[in-house]
Design a binder for this molecule. Sequence first.
Ligand SMILES: Nc1ncnc2c1ncn2[C@@H]1O[C@H](COP(=O)(O)OP(=O)(O)OP(=O)(O)O)[C@@H](O)[C@H]1O
Ligand SMILES: [Mg+2]
Length: 141
Amino acid sequence: MTENFLKRYSFNIAANDFINAGKASSAIKGNLKSMGINAHIVRRIAIISYEAEINIVIHSLGGQLHCDLYHDRIVITSNDVGPGINDIEMAMTEGFSTAPESVRELGFGAGMGLPNMKKYSDDFKITSGSNGTEIVITIFL
Ligand SMILES: Nc1ncnc2c1ncn2[C@@H]1O[C@H](COP(=O)(O)OP(=O)(O)OP(=O)(O)O)[C@@H](O)[C@H]1O
Ligand SMILES: [Mg+2]
């Protein structure tokens, strides 16, 4: 997996930080664009990384977002420490959300983040336990 590794962009994401929420995914988008990655692929990765970043902000106690660039693919990894997801199948269902009212007032909580991340991925893996959640998404170039 490391033979074609070109570059890693990493970001720390703080829980409940709605001021900076979106900055990591926006930086990933800018970096990929300036590297000449196809615009359609950049758009998919921007959506995926934004939803992953916002989920860390809203649902976890904090984590990291990584974007790994290879010759043939881009891998987005989201890691967080937090309560994790009890029922992954339920969490993946369109419209399912545990977002509190205070967060819904900010426009989040439609329950569309995880389904959209999967929709825009070529490969989507999620693992979660009572200590946190990891999502690994691959997009082929
Ligand atoms: N990193 C995470 N840690 C713990 N729970 C999570 C995490 N990400 C998602 N969840 C759980 O899965 C549910 C569905 O996530 P999803 O992103 O689809 O919707 P949402 O974040 O509630 O709303 P939206 O993304 O549409 O604003 C969340 O409401 C939450 O219960
Ligand atoms: Mg979400």
